[in-house]
Design a protein around this ligand. Structure first.
Ligand code: C2E
Ligand code: CA
Ligand code: CA
Length: 683
């Protein structure tokens, strides 16, 4: 709700309250004299009013309205309606006023609200009184012959009139006073429930009225069935709540979150509804604790449960009360909020991660509870399931990035989103002869630390999308890896690189070129066959070509991948192990596979000057590779101190912006000619 809408609703609410209170006060002013006279003449009224007050004190049950405004259902009405039947409108309205004041006091609700509700009741009482006046039922008016049928019909009509007016005023109150749209399903359900409870209570009042005439001593007996009704109502409210609550943490569960989503959506006033597809301001954050499974497996479910409870408490404490925190199951939590401020999602995201930076202490153990977080923004017209899916996709992307990452859903990260499917189709087009010029390979030099010579290059893919501009390779590859277009893409890369090697060979440039392949390529025999064919066609010696595979690719299906890797090595091509150190760096790989080169990942290389841990890792990998006769390439070298440190460690080659970024083959040829001598390091 934006500022002006809130203001408008605020004004309407005040006007409504004033109008209702005026109705009540006006009616009482007219009837006061008569009411006092009747009250003096009939002392039973005092007992009945007293019981109404007791009933007001033991208010039955609270129903949550769509806006979480508690709706109190009190049995007082069965006494005040009985007063109406026996002694008329004035005493009934006065008794109702007292009962409402007691309820307001007990529930700590403002008196102004009680005054407004009193107005609503007064209108309903007026309608019922009109019916009674028309039907003039005997037993409640005077001692005389009872007309069983007509009296019953009159009282029934009075009850129905009361309920109809009451329901109408309730709806009016929600729509005018609170700005809830009339077609909000939650609103209708709550009003219907409310009216049903009121009908049950009203139907007891004729019995009370008759008892009051014959022997008022029987009247208090009505508290027994009232108590039973109260118990049942509370049980059903509790069950409703339990269905929406996670028993372990007390947070909302999935159903509770969905409910809240619908409430928040209904809260958006009609005038402020965005057009389909436009953001509604609802955001869903989904988070999943990192490594929680280890906690459960190694420390037991008991400790796991305590960790989850601690996380739930931290999130509730750290986030504003307007945000709903939920546990979706396992170690998955969600936060739902509505805000027109576009920065709100990010703010909630960082507050969430901040709340989880410190480990949780359990029995003296410090347990890490960091999480990965995905953010989904709701667009008008989308259902709850879609919002959940978006936040979920973003969360998995965040997981892939590792360590307390936050990712906001964008259609590109979603394997199945329409945008992504478009991108795959576009990539297929780019691979057709008609798409020529969109895809290109850039080559980044690898320079020997000992001699300063350029020994090789790595081929890196570039895509200039006709509409979206340059697409980062990492993004393009996430799209491609999940579809069969990946093999076509790799075939394109192989063709280009081998043709380029042949061209360089013809120009007398002796370079080794590395190309990257994905897991998918390593699953089929096609890659080795294709490589062999192309190398033979162009007359390029296989030793000039190197294939880079990542450790994660090796882990996917070791035996299948190993077969392909062996085939490629058998051709005479070298295999480079890319991003070494980031995955499960098993030394087994170095021993078992025909690896000729290890690429030290940029994350260690960049930190090695400042971080002794990173330096130690680099030193040991280099030393070990040396012993095994494997070449080492440091990736992402950006500055001189790092280059010197690598030289000192005994690393073979550097690749990074310090030498040159990846560039088109034509640029590389001219770059190669005047080799700057400063790249030789004396070690
Ligand atoms: P990679 O194999 O680790 O490639 C190295 C990445 O580091 C390249 O990013 C490169 O441009 C970047 N880089 C080089 N020097 C520096 C530096 O000094 N500082 C920094 N910060 N970055 C540097 P790029 O080109 O964005 O490629 C990203 C990844 O996409 C590559 O990571 C590789 O895994 C993949 N990729 C690129 N081309 C291909 C391809 O043709 N086929 C396959 N399967 N994957 C490819
Ligand atoms: Ca690479
Ligand atoms: Ca790499």
């Amino acid at each position: 709700m934006d500022g002006t809408t809130a203001l408008r609703v605020g004004w309407r609410r005040r006007w409504y309250a004033v109008a209702m209170a005026t109705v009540a006060a006006g009616t009482v002013a007219v009837l006061a004299d008569d009411a006092i006279r009747v009250a003096i003449a009939h002392p039973q009224i005092w007992l009945m009013t007293g019981l109404a007050l007791v009933a007001g004190w033991i208010t039955i049950v609270m129903l949550a309205t769509p806006q979480r405004i508690p709706m109190v259902i009190s049995p007082a009405i069965c006494f005040t309606f009985a007063i109406l039947l026996c002694w008329g409108l004035g005493p009934a309205i006065l008794a109702q006023a007292l009962a409402l004041a007691v309820i307001a006091w007990r529930r700590r609700r403002p008196l102004a609200e009680a005054a407004q509700i009193w107005g609503q009741y007064t209108l309903a009482f007026l309608a019922a009184a009109a019916m009674l006046w028309l039907g003039d039922p005997d037993p409640f008016e005077r001692d005389g012959p009872t007309h069983i049928a007509s009296d019953a019909v009159t009282v029934l009509a009075a009850m129905i009139a009361w309920l109809l007016v009451f329901a109408t005023v309730e709806l009016l109150h929600a729509v005018v006073g609170r700005g809830t749209p009339l077609r909000c399903p939650g609103l209708r359900r709550v009003v219907a429930n409310h009216v049903l409870f009121k009908a049950a209570l009203l139907s007891m009042s004729p019995v009370l009225a008759v008892a009051a005439h014959i022997n008022v001593g029987f009247v208090p007996l009505v508290f027994i069935p009232l108590y039973a009704v109260q118990r049942l109502a509370r049980l059903s409210a509790d069950r409703d709540q339990a269905a929406r609550m996670d028993p372990l943490t007390g947070l909302a569960n999935r159903a509770g979150l969905r409910n809240r989503f619908q409430e928040l959506l209904a809260d958006i006033p009609k005038s402020a509804r965005p057009a389909p597809g436009a953001p509604t301001g609802l955001v869903l954050l989904m988070l999943d604790l990192d490594r929680f499974k280890h906690v459960n497996d190694s420390l037991g479910h008991d400790v796991g449960d305590r960790v989850l409870t601690a996380v739930a408490n931290r999130l509730t404490m750290a986030l504003p009360t307007t945000a709903t925190v939920a546990r979706l199951g396992g170690d998955e939590f969600a936060v739902l909020a509505a805000s027109t401020d576009p920065g709100e999602a990010e703010r909630l995201g960082s507050a969430t991660l901040r709340a989880l930076t410190d480990p949780v202490a359990i029995d003296g153990l410090q347990i890490d509870v960091s999480a990965s977080l995905g953010i989904g923004h709701h667009a008008a017209g989308e259902d709850f399931g879609k919002l959940m899916r978006h936040a979920d996709v973003a969360m998995y992307e965040a997981k892939k990035l590792g360590g307390s990452s936050v990712v906001t859903y964008s259609a590109i990260g979603d394997h199945n989103s329409p945008q992504r499917l478009h991108l795959i189709a576009d990539l297929r087009d780019a691979l057709l002869p008609t798409g020529a010029g969109q895809l290109a390979l850039h080559y980044q030099p690898q320079v020997s630390l000992a001699t300063g010579e350029v020994e090789g290059v790595e081929a890196l893919l570039r895509w200039q999308h006709p509409r979206l501009g340059p697409i980062p390779p990492a993004e393009l590859l996430t799209v491609a890896e999940h579809s069969s277009v990946m093999q076509q893409l790799t075939a394109y890369v192989v063709n280009e690189v081998v043709a380029q090697l042949a061209a360089w060979q013809a120009q007398g440039i002796q370079l080794r070129a590395s190309l990257n392949v994905s897991v998918r390529d390593l699953y089929s025999d096609d890659l080795a066959t294709h490589l062999a064919r192309r190398l033979a066609e162009h007359g390029v010696p296989p030793s000039r070509l190197q294939v880079e595979i990542t450790e994660s690719a090796l882990l996917a299906d070791p035996s299948r991948v190993q077969a392909t890797v062996n085939q490629i090595a058998a051709l005479g091509c070298t295999i480079a192990l890319d991003d070494f150190g980031t995955g499960y760096s098993s030394l087994q790989h170095l021993r078992r596979l025909p690896i000729g080169e290890v690429k030290l990942d940029r994350s260690f290389v960049a930190g090695m000057v400042d971080n002794p841990g990173d330096a130690a890792i680099i030193h040991s990998i280099v030393a070990m590779a040396r012993l095994l006769g494997i070449r080492t390439v440091a990736e992402g070298v950006e500055d001189e101190p790092t280059r010197l440190a690598l030289a000192a460690a005994g690393c073979t080659l550097v690749q990074g912006w310090i030498t040159a970024p990846a560039m088109p083959a034509a640029e590389l040829a001219s770059w190669l000619v005047p080799r700057p001598p400063a790249y030789v390091t004396a070690v």
